[in-house]
Design a protein around this ligand. Sequence first.
Ligand SMILES: Cc1ncc(COP(=O)(O)O)c(C=O)c1O
Length: 437
Amino acid sequence: MSKLAILGGRPVRAKSKSWVSWPMAHPDDAKTLARISKSERWSYDGPYEWRFAEAFTKYQGAKYGLCCSNGTVGIQLALEALGIGAYDEVIVPGMTWQATAAACLDINAIPILTDIEPDTWCLDLDAMEANITRRTKAVIVVHLYGCMTDLTRLKRMCKKHGLFLIEDCAHQHGSFWKGQGVGSIGDVSSWSFQETKTLSSGEGGFNMCRTRDLFYKLYSLRNCGRPYEADPPVFGLKKPAGIGTALQSGNFRITEMQAALLLGGLKRLDGEVKLRDGNARYLNGLLAEIPGILPMRRRREITQQGYFNFAFRIDPKELNVTNTAFCDALNAELRCGDAFEAPYDPLHQCDLYKPLTKKRHKLDRDYWKAINPKRFKLPVCEEANQRAGIVVHHQMLMNRRADMNDVAAAVRKVVDNIDAVRKLKPGTRKKYQALAH
Ligand SMILES: Cc1ncc(COP(=O)(O)O)c(C=O)c1O
C-alpha cells in the first residue's frame, strides 16, 4: 500500500499535469467587450441584453425571461412578483447558499428551513409537506450541485396545496428534467451568473416566468418600478395597457458588457454541460466500485444534468472518518489545493446566515422568533455537511476522461489508507500543502 501524499508519499497526480481553471477567457468575448466599450450603449435594455435574454430563455424552454443584477436579487424579485410579502411562509431547503433564505427575509417573509434527501441533498418532499401551514405561500426548490428532487411530485404537491413554485437554478444552467429545461417548470425561476457559475458574467442574474403578467411585474421590479415599454419589443410582447404593472422598486439591471459575456458563454454552454455530465457519469461509475464511497443519486427523469459542483458521499459508518480529513488527504493526492471540501453549512448553523443581526427584521416578537434559524431541526443537512458530504467545483469535470481516472484512483488510495486518515492530526494539512505545490 503506497504512503499517502499528505504524509509525504508520492501523490497520485503527476506534478507535470495541470487542472482546467475557471472562468475561462475567450478572444471573441474580448473583441465584443472592446466594441461595446466604444459604443454609447453600456446599459439599460440594450441589444446584447435582450438578445441574450431571448436566447437563454429559449434554451431552457421557458416562455419569458429577463436579466437582473444577481441571483440573490433574482429570488427577491421572484417572490415580490408573485405577491409574497410580510409574514408569508416560504419553504426553503436547509442546505443551500444562504441567499435562497436571505432573499425571503429581504421581503419580510419567513423562510421555513426544511430538511433534504440524504442521497441528492435536495428538498425532501415529505419534510416539505409536513412544514406546510396556513401561512405557506411558496416553495423554493434549489437544484443543488448536480442533483434534483422529484420535480414531477413537487409540482403535483404545489398544485394540491395552492403553493407557488420558485426554482433556484443558480447551480444548473443546462439541466433538463424529462426533456424540459429547469427554470421553466415552476412559476418563476432565478439564476445566478456569478463568477463561479457555469454561465457567468462575473456577477449577474436572471428570471424566467410562465405568464405575461409576471414578466411585466418582473420587468418593472428590476427597473425602478418603470412599466415595460416594449422598446425594443421582446418575446413578441406589446406595451401593456395602462401603467398598472409599475411597482415600487429599485435598480436591479445589468450592463451590456455582462450581457456580451453571457452571450459568448451561452454559445459554449451546452457543449460544456455535456462534457461535465459525461465525465460525472463516468466518475460516478468508478466511485461506485470503491468500498465506503456512495455516489449521489441521479433520478431517471433527468435527461441532462448540469453541475455547479460534483458531489459524492463517504459512508461514515464504514469508513469512520470525517469528510474534512478525507478531503485533506484527497486534495494532497490530486495536487489541487483545497478543491475538495464539505458541502454548504446547514442554514441553522451557517455563519453567513444571521437573520437576527438586522434591525429591520424586527417587525415584532413573533416575526423575530419565526426567523430564528436555531428553531429548525435539520439532521440530514448536518450529516451531509459534517460527516458524509464531499464536493468539488465543476471545473474538475471539464478535464479529460483520463483525469477522472486520477480522481477515482486518489479516492481509492485514501480509502485504502483510511486508518492513517483517521489518525491525521490538525496541522498535517498545512504541511502537505507545501508538498503538493
Ligand atoms: C443556490 C444559490 N442560490 C442563489 C445564489 C445567489 O446568487 P448570486 O451570488 O448571484 O447573488 C447562489 C450563489 O452562489 C447560489 O449558489
